[in-house]
Design a protein around this ligand. Structure first.
Ligand SMILES: [Zn+2]
Length: 175
């Protein structure tokens, strides 16, 4: 377990302290065999900005997704490139290894949430809320904010193409 300390936890890429959790991303486990030089970054915090602009960005994403593809357990269902759904009892955990985020949805809420996602990407809704997430569409990206008592605790920016691809795979998954 990695713990984040504001202004203390260091970015494994630029080595500077990370001010707030919403600026950070916790990098996942990776398949080390093919990418031994990246092993030291697994389970480390980095600035999202540093991760997105990192020369090893695509290799790290591949190393992390390759681990899931090759060694996943039976509850993990790969539904698209860099995207999986875990099902545990009544809870679906949707994980994106590309932008590195995950959220949980109750099975009985999936239909309504899918419907709202589709309204968002077709511009019929400006933003949607579920659980503690708010998702809105801007000109060139979607912004996912996790909010707790009016404070933004996490914020993730995803390109229009990638977000719409995620929704397409969610629509097609038979979970
Ligand atoms: Zn950094």
């Amino acid at each position: 377990m990695s713990f984040f300390f504001p202004n203390k936890s260091k970015c494994s890429i630029c080595q500077l302290a990370i001010e707030e959790y919403k600026d950070a991303v916790l990098l996942g486990y990776i398949e080390a065999d093919a990418y031994p030089e990246l092993l030291k970054y697994a389970r480390s915090f980095a600035h999202r900005h540093c991760f997105n602009n990192w020369s090893n960005n695509q290799d790290f994403i591949d190393a992390s997704f390759s681990l899931v593809k090759n060694y996943n357990n039976q509850s993990t269902n790969i539904i698209g490139p860099y995207l999986s759904i875990d099902k545990n009892d009544n809870i679906l955990r949707i994980k994106d290894y590309y932008s590195i985020f995950e959220f949980e949805i109750r099975v009985e809420d999936l239909g309504e949430i899918r419907n709202n996602f589709n309204l968002l990407i077709s511009d019929e809704l400006d933003s949607i809320n579920f659980n503690d997430w708010n998702i809105s569409k801007k000109e060139t990206e979607y912004i996912l904010q996790q909010v707790n008592e009016n404070t933004i605790i996490d914020e993730i920016h995803i390109s229009l193409n990638r977000f719409e691809e995620i929704i397409q795979f969610l629509n097609e998954s038979d979970t």
